[in-house]
Design a binder for this molecule. Structure first.
Ligand code: PLP
Length: 399
């Protein structure tokens, strides 16, 4: 039997791409994981989740385990509406869909918006899993570079004006991570936020705002695009993965009701009622304001350990952006980072080579993403020391 002959046309096309998750090498336990964009293990509230499960089942018996699920699922929606409102996003019940993590939200948005001819604009670099999702639906992409102030909206404007003038197709949406971007850690300025919304109205496209790190600022918080969108053009995706626990798979999309209805059409039962009810129970008994303060100060401290280690151990050829929040630092070095990874792993450290974050992978050869979220402070320092030594060695052997 020829298995491949049974696949749909779009599946056959998607299978031509690189396999998903290729950037994630198998890592031995002792490896210092500067590659992992995971929460710090000690900040994942396993005891509290255990208590939430027990209290949910005690209160509702088997109800949360049935198809119809628990009334707490509605409660979770209200809790998320309240959380969004504190950040200036006032969304009605028909403007919010709970999903299995931000990734399912991105997939559903791709599913309802993208045809195989659809042009999508992404940032360069951008979150590789979102790229993988979009590539399952279209092969038409353009990218706009990021600098220390986020997406370069003047370049976006030039591109849009040129395409319009030449009668070429305009994008259906822009995928952006304006706040503490993955992988660069950059934060889009207020001016650029306003500019990108103006361009969306002028050139009639939508904005997929991925806000996975939006609440993890160190000092100054930023206003989400959704909060200043007066036109209903922003589909705002959020997640509890980075602030509670990624294994719970709780995310959402906040958007105009027509988008929500279309996404709910496809999502149906493809999420996890028990996880949603458990999360609602957990949130009921958690002071999230206090928890967020703890997360922010812990990640800020870890970030400064990483930055000081970079100052101390990196060769002068290396440069980086100083993040104002999130999980990542983006490093530019003088060597090919894909080749460097094998040596780094031999030295007991991991990072993500820059090429995975770009549409044109060759644009990323001199970059790498470091995460300060997962490893502990001692290991962060040790990991950067080993990376610095390795870079010195490789650079001197190439001289
Ligand atoms: C920018 C960005 N969006 C979305 C996600 C995925 O979030 P979730 O675990 O909610 O699917 C991540 C996780 O790394 C991310 O970095």
């Amino acid at each position: 039997m020829n298995v491949a002959s049974f696949f749909s046309k779009s599946t056959k096309e998607a299978l031509q791409n690189d396999p998903p998750g290729e950037w994630m090498p198998a890592l031995p336990n002792e490896c210092i994981r500067l590659s992992s964009g995971y929460p710090a293990p000690h900040l994942v509230p396993d005891e509290e989740i255990k208590q939430a499960v027990a209290s949910l089942l005690k209160e509702e018996q088997d109800l949360p385990l049935h198809y119809l699920g628990s009334p707490k699922m509605e409660k979770l929606k209200e809790q998320i509406q309240e959380r969004l409102a504190t950040r200036g996003m006032h969304v009605g019940e028909d403007e919010l869909l709970i999903t299995a993590g931000a990734c399912q939200a991105i997939d559903l948005i791709a599913r309802i918006l993208i045809d195989d001819e659809t042009l999508v604009i992404v940032e360069a670099p951008t979150y590789m899993e979102a790229l993988e999702i979009f590539q399952n639906y279209t092969s038409h992409f353009m990218s706009i570079p990021i600098d220390k102030d986020g997406l370069q909206t003047d370049l976006l404007e030039d591109l849009l004006a040129e395409r319009k003038q030449k009668g070429l197709s305009l994008p259906r949406f822009l995928y952006t991570i304006p706040t503490f971007q993955n992988p660069t850690g950059t934060n889009m300025t207020e001016e650029r936020r306003k500019h990108v919304l103006k361009l969306a109205a002028q050139y009639d496209f939508l904005i997929l705002e991925d806000d996975a790190y939006g609440e993890l600022h160190f000092e100054k918080h930023s206003t989400p695009l959704k909060a200043i969108d007066t036109d209903g053009r922003v589909l705002h995706v959020g997640s509890l993965s980075k602030v509670v626990a990624p294994g719970m798979r709780i995310g959402w999309v906040a958007a105009a009701p027509e988008f929500i209805t279309a996404m709910a059409w496809f999502k149906k039962d493809l999420d996890h009622p028990f996880a949603q009810a458990t999360m609602a129970t957990y949130l009921e008994s958690t002071d999230m304001k206090e928890r967020l303060e703890t997360l922010r100060s812990t990640y800020q401290a870890k970030c400064s350990v990483l930055l000081s280690a970079l100052e101390q151990y990196m060769p002068t050829s290396a440069s980086w952006y100083v993040p104002e929040g999130g999980y990542f630092v983006w490093l530019k070095v003088a060597v090919d980072t894909s080749e460097l990874l094998a040596q780094a792993m031999e030295a007991g450290i991991s990072f993500v080579p820059g090429r995975y974050f770009f549409l044109s992978q060759e644009d990323g050869t001199q970059y790498l993403r470091l995460s300060f979220s997962y490893a502990n402070e001692k290991n962060i320092k040790e990991g950067i020391k080993r990376l610095g030594n390795l870079l010195e060695e490789v650079e001197s052997s190439e001289r």
